[in-house]
Design a binder for this molecule. Structure first.
Ligand SMILES: Cc1cc2nc3c(=O)[nH]c(=O)nc-3n(C[C@H](O)[C@H](O)[C@H](O)COP(=O)(O)OP(=O)(O)OC[C@H]3O[C@@H](n4cnc5c(N)ncnc54)[C@H](O)[C@@H]3O)c2cc1C
Length: 503
């Protein structure tokens, strides 16, 4: 059968399954609590304590509205970007205000917003590949879709990027995000050097051999060290890949995942767990991709398109409907494997974040992520079963990824090889939901720190200061180095204000 034929049959069946599930789901009334008469929070951009309306910025949480002084959006790279950074920096220093550079602001707790300060949003594609060195030089403000678009025609692909292509390259480095190609560490491990504007306006190059202390502070340093202008990053050959699916009891996942990660014929791998409350996290699905025999005429990268949009309706149908969670698990673990076809490394990573849009103004999706040592996975499953099903927020999805040890950052989420559990919750935009979400997050973080794991810093700032320092034991060292580099504390955001600045 031709590839087109396979695709349309697959699309038809998947579309039919998703539509049937969606219609069935609509027929079942969702078991959600009533919102009538309950005040909403978030998204309100007026500050009643000010006499004049202030300028506010929010992030993907829709719960971080923060007053700022000014917002600039330099569409620039190289010297022009350095100039734009220096202009904001000197104005802010003269006024005693904060500065923070951001890209897509998909962090979820004000980590990309300077309170009452100068906010800078960068977005400008400039990419220069070097096929001999297998690296590319890239503007810090470039988005991953720009990188894929530049590398795909020359047969290459980002070595590591996060799963959605809308995010900024320097932002990914600044949170030290990870992807799902294996057996890589976080994205910072694939960065050779960076150029950044320091808080005093100087431009430096930093790498593992030049200004290594600044490199270590900047990787996973949430923009508190310098404003990244550009960077040299590893790329990998693009490949045509075919998937394989293995369902198993959740307790067997770590051994199967480790074997897949160690298998050089499987360059991409991830896992999933079932999310129905009654059988929560009992079953796992391991998905791996291997190169096909024929690597000629690799097709151009495509976005996931309408199939992802169709799947997103099925995904949304889960909100308040346990039966739909079962349906989705069946689709993913039983129907999906029979329909899945070949793709390319670039197409698999070329996913826009819009497919995750919840289309519901009363709710918002909030992510969590935990980094669990392989031998502590049982404890992780137990902690999640104890804490999550009982919460007021609705749990929708978990994806399991591999992250190798991070030996660069002072704030490493993965000091040893980890299973990264990326979790998605949907919550009402109400004070009651926010309070219960904070309670649940703290309970989960306690349990996961107790088994030697860590939590991820770009999400809601619900951890206590004590939990933060237990998960990130070098945080005080980071804060002291930051104070020495930036005594006026010009580069600031809510990660500093809520946590590091307290140390
Ligand atoms: C839907 C979704 C999917 C996600 N998928 C993944 C994933 O697969 N893997 C993963 O690890 N994480 C993932 N995350 C987390 C994500 O990596 C971070 O939230 C990341 O920061 C988002 O990129 P951004 O462009 O929105 O960054 P922003 O939120 O704009 O910025 C993040 C940080 O980087 C700093 N920064 C940005 N640009 C610069 C610069 N030029 N110089 C210095 N500092 C800078 C900011 O100050 C801020 O502290 C996901 C988040 C969401 C919401």
């Amino acid at each position: 059968m031709s590839r087109i034929g396979t695709l349309s049959r697959r699309g038809l069946l998947l579309g039919a399954g998703a539509t049937a599930g969606y219609l069935a789901g609509r027929a079942w009334a969702p078991g959600l609590s009533q919102l009538d008469g309950v005040p909403r929070i978030g998204g309100d951009l007026m500050d009643p304590t000010r006499s004049t309306p202030a300028l506010f910025l929010n992030d993907a949480s829709e719960l971080s509205a923060t007053p700022i002084h000014v917002h600039s959006r330099p569409a620039a790279h190289g010297d022009a970007l350095i100039e734009a950074f220096r202009t904001e920096l000197s104005a802010a220093r003269a006024e005693g205000r904060a500065v923070c550079v951001s890209a897509a602001r998909h962090s979820m707790g004000g980590q990309s917003i300077p309170r009452d300060g100068h906010a800078i949003t960068v977005d400008d594609a400039w990419i220069e590949p070097d096929t001999t060195a297998q690296t590319y030089r890239v503007n810090g403000g470039a988005r991953w879709r720009d990188v894929i678009q530049a590398l795909d025609p020359i047969g290459f692909s980002p070595a590591v990027m996060q799963s959605n292509h809308d995010f900024g390259v320097a932002a990914t480095f600044s949170v030290n995000a990870h992807g799902w190609p294996v057996p890589y560490g976080p994205m910072g491990a694939t960065v050779r050097n960076i150029r950044m504007v320091l808080p005093d306006g100087d431009v430096v190059t930093a790498s593992r051999t030049e200004n290594a202390d600044l490199f270590n502070l900047a990787v996973g340093g949430y923009g508190l060290t310098g404003m990244i202008v550009d960077m040299e990053v590893d790329m990998a050959p693009n490949q045509r890949l075919a998937p394989a699916f293995t369902a198993m009891p959740a307790a067997e996942f770590p051994a199967a995942f480790r074997a897949a990660v160690d298998d050089p014929t499987k360059p991409m791998a991830y896992g999933r767990l079932n999310v129905t409350r009654e059988t929560f996290f009992d079953e796992a699905l391991l998905v791996t991709y291997s190169p096909t025999e024929d690597q000629s005429d690799i097709p151009p990268a495509v976005e996931s398109g309408w199939l992802s949009y169709a799947a997103s309706y099925l995904y949304r149908g889960q909100v308040g409907r346990e039966g739909m969670k079962d349906w989705r698990w069946w689709m993913e673990s039983s129907l999906g494997p029979r329909l899945a076809g070949e793709s390319t490394r670039n197409s698999l990573m070329n996913e826009p974040v819009i497919t995750l849009d919840d289309r519901d103004p009363t709710r918002v999706d909030i992510l969590h992520e935990y980094f669990v040592p392989f031998d502590a996975f049982d404890g992780f499953l137990e902690a999640c079963r104890d804490v999550i099903p009982d919460a007021f927020v609705e749990f929708l999805n978990v994806t399991l990824r591999f992250v190798d040890s991070d030996t660069d950052s002072l704030l490493p989420h993965s000091p040893t090889p980890r299973i990264a559990a990326v979790m998605s919750f949907t919550q009402e935009m109400t004070a009651r939901a926010e309070a219960d979400h904070a309670r649940m997050t703290r309970a989960l973080i306690d349990r996961i720190i107790g088994i030697g794991g860590t939590y991820y810093l770009p999400y809601r700032p619900h951890a206590t200061l004590d939990q933060f320092t237990r998960a990130y034991p070098r945080a005080a060292e980071f804060a002291a180095a930051k104070r020495a580099l930036d005594p006026q504390l010009t580069l600031r955001n809510n990660l500093w204000d809520a946590y590091l600045g307290e140390l």
